[in-house]
Design a protein around this ligand. Structure first.
Ligand code: NAI
Length: 480
């Protein structure tokens, strides 16, 4: 079966044009019937002065084709431009990143022979990667970790649907819910709720640090791991390492409207333009793209030819120094093996992945009333906690709020619980409603800010609420 499908192709930076070009060549040779729309993004666009790194024509093409084969895009480190990768993922709300790793025949790794065959499903647009950062004081910076119920639900659902589509029986959720109870905890709790809809799949939770440990001790125990963005970024590079390296790890960014296929690896600038990069990761991403287009047989033909090439001992330089072939020659070898079934590939039966076509229904909690009970005001101050507290208590006399405690980077320093943390110039001052005060409202918070601001400069405020009677905020370390 062939189709005539338009696919946006972004060759990308560094080794991108070589490995993406190799994949296009393989898909064309398969007769997949794809018409490529070549677009740019990344370094070329940044150099042309485009702050987003993604030109409008590229966005228009993706809106139109809804399927993308993407090379790696360089991200300038430090200040300035945002990552063009993250921009693409966020603009099209490709909320789940699917990163499978499978032991491939002949590829050396300390784990060869263990039968590794797992998928990391990573929430792809929220968490610390929302990139909402503020330098709070000259010495303290902050990054907001935003996690939504909807983002967790959609990602968890992809993990369970993927398990069903690929005949897998277990989904493990990996979070740091013990420390970040509200954010990471939201992923854990939502996962557990979604799991009830999939009684045929075993669902369990593991703390993400233990997950990393378990992945190195006994990776074959995992089938699908679902996790938040940053955890997934790190765990999926780890899992790539288990099966021979980044050269073998494919990925897909999936959303309701757009699917974008790309390797886990980056632009590998030091080996770019030398015909030595391994195209396997992008080719396997190409196989995922074929499945997405419904071309299941084409996908399987490509995967078997790739595995047969590896079985024949044909490797690029990242695998072997001796007798390595170039990117182009490796691609020729794969194409020459179309139609051959690899002997040692643990093939999976894939059913098409069923993704929700509608946004999740608004969570029931959307209209739950929130009661204002206080405010955390973050101030810039270099004085000792007792002096700072004296100044703030004085400044807020007559306010419906009283100073309850001050913490420095999350550890209570006033009233002193006996801790001895180093102090930085960034204090969180927690104000709560006085016992005899009327129910406070926003005007009281504004009045509080004016009073605090007269004593010390403030740069950030968080209103404290209860939701359904339960505190919607955490305590400081040492706070009672
Ligand atoms: P990288 O993945 O480019 O390279 C890490 C190591 O793996 C290097 O030793 C590289 O030579 C090797 N490697 C990667 N892919 C390979 C392949 N196909 N064949 C053979 N060897 C390969 O990661 P790095 O150095 O941290 O990032 C380089 C640039 O790529 C940065 O600007 C980064 O922001 C960007 N990047 C982009 C990604 C994307 O577009 N999805 C993902 C990761 C990084």
């Amino acid at each position: 079966m062939t189709t005539n499908r338009r696919v946006t192709v972004i060759p990308g930076d560094g080794i991108g044009p070589e490995v993406v070009g190799a994949t296009q060549r393989a898909l064309d040779a398969l007769g997949a019937g794809i018409t490529w729309e070549r677009c740019e993004a990344g370094a070329v666009s940044f150099r042309r002065g485009l702050a987003t790194g993604v030109p409008a024509e590229t966005l228009a093409s993706i809106r139109d084709t809804r399927v993308v084969l993407k090379g790696p895009l360089e991200t300038p480190v430090g200040y300035g431009e945002k990552s063009a990768n993250v921009t693409l993922r966020k603009l099209f709300e490709t909320y789940a990143n699917v990163r499978p790793v499978r032991e491939l025949p002949g590829v050396p790794s300390p784990f060869a022979g263990r039968g590794i065959d797992l998928v990391v499903v990573r929430e792809n647009v929220e968490d610390l990667y929302a990139g909402i950062e503020h330098q709070q004081t000259p010495t303290v910076a902050q990054c907001l970790k935003l996690i939504s119920r909807q983002g967790c639900e959609k990602t968890a659902r992809v993990a369970f649907e993927l398990a069903r589509a690929e005949g897998r029986r277990r989904v493990t959720c990996a979070t740091k819910a013990n420390i970040m109870k509200l954010t990471e905890g939201l992923m854990k709790r939502t996962f557990e709720e979604v799991a009830r809809e999939y009684p045929d799949i075993q669902a369990d939770h593991v703390l993400v640090d233990n997950c990393a440990h378990q992945l190195v001790r006994a990776p074959e125990q995992f089938e699908v791991i679902v996790t938040t963005n940053m955890n997934g970024d790190i765990l999926s590079d780890l899992t790539s390492g288990l099966i021979g390296g980044l050269g073998f790890a494919p990925g897909a960014n999936l959303g309701r409207d757009v699917a974008m296929f790309e390797a886990v690896h980056g632009s590998a600038p030091t080996i770019a333009g030398q015909n030595i990069a391994n195209p396997t990761a992008v080719m396997l991403s190409g196989a995922m793209l074929l499945r997405h287009l419904g071309l299941l047989t084409h996908a399987s033909t490509l995967e078997h030819a790739l595995a047969a090439t590896l079985e024949d001992g044909i490797f690029t330089r990242d695998v072997t120094a001796k007798g390595a072939v170039g990117t182009a020659e490796f691609t020729d070898a794969v194409i020459a093996r179309f139609g051959r079934r690899a002997e040692r590939l643990r093939a999976r039966d894939h059913r098409p992945l069923v993704l929700p076509t509608e946004a999740p229904a608004p969570p029931a909690a959307l209209h739950t009333p929130m009661a204002l009970v206080g405010a955390d005001v973050f101030v810039r101050a270099t004085d000792m906690p007792d002096a700072l507290a004296d100044a703030l208590v004085k400044a807020t006399e007559g306010s419906p709020f009283r100073l309850k405690m001050i913490s420095n980077r999350g550890t209570q320093v006033w009233p002193s619980p006996g801790a001895l943390p180093d102090l930085v110039d960034h204090h969180r001052c927690r104000f709560v409603r006085r016992d005899n005060a009327a129910t406070p409202d926003d005007r009281d918070v504004l009045d509080l800010l004016a009073r605090v601001g007269a004593a010390r400069p403030w740069m950030h405020v968080e209103k404290l609420h209860t939701i359904d009677g339960a505190p919607a905020y955490t305590r400081a370390q040492g706070e009672d």
